[in-house]
Design a protein around this ligand. Structure first.
Ligand SMILES: Cc1cc2nc3c(=O)[nH]c(=O)nc-3n(C[C@H](O)[C@H](O)[C@H](O)COP(=O)(O)OP(=O)(O)OC[C@H]3O[C@@H](n4cnc5c(N)ncnc54)[C@H](O)[C@@H]3O)c2cc1C
Length: 383
């Protein structure tokens, strides 16, 4: 049973939620999800169904085939997808939002016209290559190098943890065009992922098996100079311009999946008996469930708040960091409590809980770790 308190959503936003839950319920039944997780299988049918429904373009203008929706609409959409299954939300976000927003916000009109309609129709998938073996939180220390040669750039380096690169047609590659210049030497490129010189190797990770991460090796890979996003050496500003929507996306995933974990646990607790009554009647279990609801609800409030601030054109970097921290922590803490409530059953692979637990663990690490988010907040608090 679904925990629903959708106060503040417009009829259209309620419709977004209902449409997504109905669509994903049909194309990706629960028993399929567990099998796909085990097989590390990309959720291709669900991705295609979202594209066919037009949802890839929710945030983008109609002239590219989008819906021109608001950030609140986007938060509602992502929350609903992650309520059904976080792996689909991850696959959707990486290509249609984290990568496409680089093109939409920082690219030129020719790049937008060339790539956005194809992303929105589900014909072109992107993956985002920022992190490297030697640089994760410290993005300015990346070592991938891009050198201009006539009408193209030649790129050499290694990316790590590149989510969904194994199914990508294109990569957004963050590289150094001035190796010794730190932030002032960064440039961002669109790169054809299927060309010689690009090697993609899947990584073996704890969770998120269906939208898994990859090592990406770039060996003298060429890309047209026209596919430089923004200006050379100005990539840092482009990265910063896309961070808020990326973190809003992560907060919405954390929120949606927290509610899923709560509902899954409630269902189990009502049906599991110990000492002659359902464990949901035990106060120690009830308190955990209440705590889970508080965490999920807090995550939702902060996430919607950020979306509304962005829609109103108000600065909200601090609020976005806060929402990202609260929602991703909520997701993992809900899964941890849910697993405890389920006892041994939660620890077996027969139930979804162990997958929720593994999948949720990445939230506080990815997208700028929660320590980095606190650094951002501290800076803005001027303390
Ligand atoms: C499942 C998964 C998917 C990912 N997908 C992608 C992707 O698609 N594309 C991509 O580019 N990257 C991706 N990443 C990488 C992710 O962005 C990095 O893991 C993250 O930025 C942290 O970098 P790191 O792992 O190198 O940790 P490090 O930077 O080595 O940090 C290690 C620890 O030190 C802490 N720390 C570091 N610096 C500071 C500081 N200044 N103050 C306080 N604490 C600090 C961190 O919070 C962390 O706890 C993914 C990672 C995972 C696990």
């Amino acid at each position: 049973m679904e925990t629903v308190n959708l106060f503040g959503l417009t009829p259209e936003q309620r419709m977004i939620r209902e449409s997504i839950l109905d669509l994903l319920g049909r194309v990706l039944p629960r028993e399929r999800i567990k099998a796909m997780d085990k097989a590390c299988e990309y959720p291709a049918e669900a991705y295609r169904a979202l594209a066919d429904g037009g949802w890839m373009g929710l945030l983008y203008p109609e002239k590219y085939g989008g819906m021109g929706g608001s950030y609140k609409d986007f938060a509602v959409l992502v929350e609903a997808i992650a309520y059904h299954y976080a792996g689909v939300a991850q696959a959707y976000l990486v290509s249609a939002i984290y990568c496409a927003s680089h093109i939409f916000k920082n690219g030129n009109e020719a790049q937008r016209a060339q790539f956005l309609p194809r992303v929105i129709r589900g014909e072109a998938k992107f993956a985002l290559g920022i992190s490297e073996p030697g640089a994760g939180s410290d993005v300015a220390s990346i070592e991938t190098r891009a050198v201009r040669r006539g009408a193209e750039y030649v790129i050499t380096g290694q990316k790590l943890y590149t989510t969904c690169a194994h199914v990508a047609d294109y990569l957004i590659v963050v590289a150094k065009t001035r190796p010794d210049a730190g932030q002032a030497g960064i440039s961002i490129f669109i790169v054809d992922a299927r060309q010689p010189g690009v090697t993609i190797r899947p990584m073996d990770m704890l969770g998120r098996h269906t939208s898994h991460t990859n090592e990406v090796f770039l060996d003298n890979v060429t890309t047209p100079a026209d596919w430089l996003i923004g200006e050379e050496n100005k990539g840092w500003h482009c990265l910063m311009a896309c961070l808020n929507v990326e973190r809003l996306g992560m907060a919405a995933v954390g929120t949606g999946n927290s509610f899923k974990v709560l509902d899954y646990t409630l269902d189990y607790a009502r049906n599991r008996s110990a000492f002659g009554k359902p464990i949901s009647k035990l106060q120690s279990i009830q308190h955990k469930l209440a705590d889970m609801r508080i965490m999920a609800e807090n995550a939702r409030l902060l996430t919607y708040r950020v979306a509304e601030l962005i829609d109103n054109g108000q600065p909200c970097v601090l609020e976005t960091s806060m929402a990202k921290i609260v929602a991703t922590d909520a997701n993992f803490n809900c899964a941890n409590l849910g697993l405890q409530i389920m006892g041994g059953a939660g620890y077996t692979c027969a139930y979804d809980m162990e997958m929720f637990f593994r999948d949720a663990r990445v939230g506080p690490i990815g997208g700028g770790s929660n320590e980095i988010q606190r650094n951002i907040m501290a800076k803005l608090l001027d303390c």
